[in-house]
Design a protein around this ligand. Structure first.
Ligand code: GAP
Length: 438
């Protein structure tokens, strides 16, 4: 049976998550063996699996199961004109200030004391606007016409393919374009693990509507976003809506609602929903022929935007649990089976007994692996250690093949959350797991 639940303590929760992520192969600091690179993280085996499950779940809900959504995977490098037209070259900047003494740079809008350096007490200089786009050069010429940028949002990759999508699929309004991909921002102060990075991923939708209907679509997408957050297992008591003030909205937005999350380091943005008007299509000189009404219009855009990395962080923070039994503390990730990196782990009770290993491998592991894919083989250490390891990566079920299995063709299935163990016939295993995860 499971032990007594221990209440989450915000003080050291981030440390525990960061440490678990490294120890169990989810997320590693970028370029670690050379001292690390601020704002860049590398994903390990289980992190990739968790991230992929989250992205697949999103794609399934918002693209595959809808008749009105068109997927895109645009190039990250685009011509500089894209970013000039979109307003990012002129305006995608954060206020930055430098300490005159220690030369450390800060985001000016995030400082409590705007005059004195928080690090050394030195005098802070004048606030300047720092453009967050990473600049690069495409090709060998090296002159200013070769300038390009690593995209700071995936959105423009969809706007510049608006005409291609309309020409290829002839969609009727309203319809949407969706994309998952990398985005890059040269953040002045990357911080809080996956929360503020320089290289991250976004899942974005540009939903094209007639101007007169924007409010109705805005409300609809708010509901869809909240549904998805629940579907991937976010602690909804920690999710809050914030109506973003005019001064704080991005240059393209006429209304923005941020979904904030109670992170251990404070209530901060998780995802956003913006009414981008027809700002972007107009900027790129694009329009749409409404054949039914025989009129040319520039559709307006509702944009639900999700950060993949913030989704992973919020999922991990929501799932992290500890309980205590007989003085021993157990930490586990109560991940939903649909996004857990591993659905079940298969273990022969003893790895030096060939008859157990053979049975576990051929009659349990192989068929389950074929059926579910996300199935792990675990024969390392004693059973208690295997359970702890699988608990920490959030595996919902551990299946153990013991000596009784050889005669009764049954296995022990242990539930991650309750610790309860059941004997299940091997022939019923697939059905049992399917029912549990559906
Ligand atoms: N296309 C609209 C757009 O990019 P945004 O609010 O700037 O809007 C969208 O970014 C989402 O991307 C955010 O809600 C957040 O989840 C994620 N995000 C933004 N900056 C990030 C960063 N530096 N590190 C990790 N995620 C970030």
């Amino acid at each position: 049976m499971s032990g007594k639940n221990i209440k989450k303590n915000n003080d050291d929760l981030m440390e525990k998550i960061v440490s678990l992520c490294k120890r169990r192969g989810f997320v590693f600091p970028g370029s670690e063996i050379y001292g690390g690179l601020g704002g860049a993280y590398d994903w390990g085996h289980f992190g990739v699996a968790l991230k992929n499950n989250i992205k697949q779940n999103w794609w399934k809900k918002f693209v595959e199961s809808r008749p009105d959504m068109y997927g895109v995977d645009a190039a990250i490098l685009m011509r500089q004109e894209v970013w000039q037209a979109s307003g990012h070259v002129a305006g995608f900047a954060d206020p930055m200030v430098e300490c005159e003494k220690c030369k450390k740079k800060f985001r000016a809008d995030q400082l409590e004391d705007k005059k004195k350096c928080a690090e050394c007490g030195g005098k802070l200089g004048t606030v300047v606007q720092f453009n967050m786009m990473f600049q690069t050069k495409v090709g060998a010429s090296g002159d200013s016409s070769a300038i390009s940028y690593l995209r700071p949002e995936t959105a423009q990759g969809m706007f510049v393919n608006f005409k291609n999508t309309v020409d290829a699929f002839h969609p009727k309004l309203p319809f949407g374009m969706a994309q998952i991909g990398k985005a890059f921002r040269n953040e002045i102060t990357p911080r809080d693990f996956l929360f503020r990075q320089r290289e991250f991923e976004q899942m974005e939708i540009e939903y094209f509507v007639r101007q007169e209907n924007w409010e109705e679509h805005f409300e609809y997408w708010k509901g869809e976003m909240l549904d998805w957050m629940e579907e991937v297992g976010l602690d909804m008591a920690k999710v809050h809506e914030l109506e973003v003030s005019k001064e704080d909205r991005a240059h393209y937005s006429s209304r923005t609602v941020d979904f904030e999350f109670d992170y251990p380091f404070g209530k901060k943005e998780l995802f956003g929903l913006a009414y981008r008007t027809n700002f972007d299509l107009k900027a790129h000189k694009l329009d749409y022929l409404d054949e039914e009404r025989s009129e040319k219009i520039i559709p307006h855009v509702i944009e639900p935007t999700f950060g993949v990395d913030r989704a992973v962080l919020a999922v991990l923070l929501s799932a992290y649990c500890e309980d205590e039994k007989d003085g021993e503390i157990r930490s586990f990730l109560k991940l939903k089976p649909n996004i857990a990196p591993v659905i079940c782990a298969v273990s022969p009770l003893l790895k030096n007994k060939p008859e157990l290993v053979e049975y576990a491998n051929t009659k349990v592991y192989a068929p389950l692996k074929t059926e579910f894919g996300r199935v792990a083989w675990d024969d390392n250490g004693n059973i208690g250690k295997r359970y702890r390891r699988q608990d920490e990566i959030g595996t919902p079920f551990c299946i153990v093949i013991d000596f009784d299995t050889l005669t009764d063709d049954s296995v022990t299935v242990r539930d991650r959350d309750t610790g309860k163990q059941e004997r299940i016939k091997v022939v019923d295993l697939k059905k049992y797991i399917k029912e549990k995860i559906s």
